[in-house]
Design a protein around this ligand. Sequence first.
Ligand code: NFE
Ligand code: MG
Length: 605
Amino acid sequence: MSVIETPNGYKLDNSGKRVVFDPITRIEGHMRIEVNLDENNVIRNAVSTGTMWRGLEVILRGRDPRDAWAFVERICGVCTGCHALASVRSVEDALGIKIPPNAHLIREIMAKTLQVHDHVVHFYHLHALDWVNPVNALKADPKATSELQQSVSPHHPMSSPGYFRDVQTRIRKFVESGQLGPFKNGYWDNPAYKLPPEADLMAVTHYLEALDLQKEFVKVHTVFGGKNPHPNYLVGGVPCAINMDSEMSAGAPLNMERLNFVFARIQEMVDFNKNVYIPDVIAIASFYKGQLWGGGLGALSVMDYGAYPKVNYDKSTDQLPGGAILNGNWDEVFPVDAEDPEQVQEFVSHSWYTYPDETKGLHPWDGITDPNYDPKGPNFKGETNNVENFDESAKYSWVKSPRWRGNAVEVGPLSRYVLAYAQGVEYVQEQVNRSLATFNQMAGTNLDAKTALNSTIGRTLARALESDYCSDMMVDDWNELISNIKNGDSSTANMEKWDPSTWPDEAQGVGTVAAPRGALGHWIVIKDGKIKNYQCVVPSTWNGSPRDYAGNIGAFEASLMNTPVERADEPVEILRTIHSFDPCMACSTHVMSPDGEELADVKVR
Ligand code: NFE
Ligand code: MG
């Protein structure tokens, strides 16, 4: 093929060597990346494929809308709870149900806890090994590691030479046993790893600290929602009662002891974000300062619905305001309305689904989920699913292609941070500017916010900053909740419209959530008390989307374009950039190959 220029400005050239990575590991779900490398090992064409299908939207048809949250919550155990939240919001929107302030605050604390938990686990347990070499940590001097720790984060209490020596001994035993466990099969001799041993030891130590703490964070969900993963939700409010006089016991109402327990977990999140997570991201980034690729749509074409209103039902009080920015013009933020059929549309011209007219996108209220697995590729012989290369001019993914007014946009913490920065949110501007100043000082660079953020590292930093912001916001939410209760308001649910006899014959609604990976929306159509149509448009669907009808490539694909690769058979750079989105293909397709057939040869490294 000759070079194709996409409407969103990328020059795709598939003439060079085609390399297939399948599966992409350390993500949720099943995903494949194909790239073409030119003679200098620079990526000149990128193809992103979701290789699983699940069908939850189809399962929901004909069910009780009040039960939908419990089904859709099982789309994913990673962003657990966010689908349930989007679902109850969509039903409440359709039926005109307003939840009490306490229910709003409890839902906010649960959503922000999810954000912190998901971001911390993503950075330390899914993403860090793209940057951090645990084998190299064996060469570190524990005393120098302690000095490094104290210089990047003076307030973190665990920083003595003895502490790092103990961790190093644990890693050495691990390595000498020959059983590397989660650290097996890394590309540990690849020159793309740049950290000095002390930074590697510091980061691996925090990997272990984060592993311990994350199981504490999620206890917030168990207090308010009974369990984690998949805490309980309720149309009309939250399924927990408040009674300050109650005794502690399983199933008892929330009392002060439980609320203080929640506050202690929030404080742990605040401390970890400020003293460990953010300093680690900045310190690690400073050693990769020359590698600012991976932006793609990144900080340039972004979208979010807006989240975390100070006052519920008042979008103008969103602490992370929504909007859309196109082509890097931060001076113009377009308003976003999930209900507008012209704005949010899903295309399937390159996805394994059928629409009556695939030249057009469909708004989710009119959305169709009609699977049509039809792999095409140069080596596809018609009797096997073993496709060597997909043909990106045909259908090539289970992921649909959502677009905002026809534009491919990126969603996620970076998008929310660009939108908040551009719209003057002081907390965010201060956080970004301060982190950037520290980074520039450590790296000896002078980058501005747009340049720095429009990169793989920028995407990773934005996630850490969002985690920090969420933990601070939760302190406010908690205080407000306590103050409401002290003022005599213990209401947690509005059950006025629980009975379907109070519902109109037909209604439709939308629920949006700032999910950890980006903008999440659920659209519901209710008829005669049952679900007539249900569509989820999920963050990783936006980011992992294949080409649309007009030929725009999606955010994963765009982010890989023009990245130089150190070794063609060791895709560290590809993993870095793709992992920086924290892809979740279980969410993005929410719809497995029906017969469970193998879609491609899988080599796990
Ligand atoms: Ni399965 Fe999810 C998030 C949702 S997918 S993780 O965040 O919604 O992008
Ligand atoms: Mg969907």
